[in-house]
Design a protein around this ligand. Structure first.
Ligand SMILES: [Zn+2]
Length: 139
């Protein structure tokens, strides 16, 4: 469905930029104020990142769970089942590992949430004309 011919930023670009923690709109590293906080707007292009107040931060928790289950919990369970670790060492490592991992990849998760939003709604990006009124019939 080629509905967005005026789009400057393709879905592929949004994905490629966000996977590396960059702004989906301009591709610069202007999103983050600190490790755990987004800027109110992108430092480089001024795109508003306010949506995170409601949705973006919330989503990171669920991604965090999924990632730590795959990366931390499953390998540790396998080690415990194979008697390479005692159960309590496994539990301790699992808790420590998932907390550390979640903190480590937190900024990436934030930008992945932003990515999933703009991949679904690419026309909401400023570069793709979200601030302009619809001028499609000016042909
Ligand atoms: Zn930007």
């Amino acid at each position: 469905m080629p509905s967005n011919d005026s789009a400057d930023v393709s879905r592929e670009e949004i994905i490629a930029r966000s996977l590396t923690g960059r702004c989906p709109n301009c591709g610069c590293f202007g999103l983050f104020k600190s490790w755990f906080k987004l800027n109110k707007t992108c430092r480089d292009c001024g795109m508003s990142l306010e949506k995170e107040e409601s949705g973006f931060y919330f989503g990171t928790t669920s991604i965090g769970y999924v990632v730590s289950i795959i990366v931390v919990l499953i390998p540790i369970c396998l080690l415990v089942v194979n008697k390479a670790l005692s159960v309590w060492t496994g539990v301790a490592l699992a808790i420590l590992g998932s907390v550390l991992l979640t903190m480590l990849i937190y900024p990436l998760m934030l930008s992945w949430i932003i990515m999933s939003y703009y991949v679904l709604f690419p026309n909401q990006l400023p570069r793709n004309g979200s601030t302009k009124p619809n001028d499609a019939q000016s042909e």
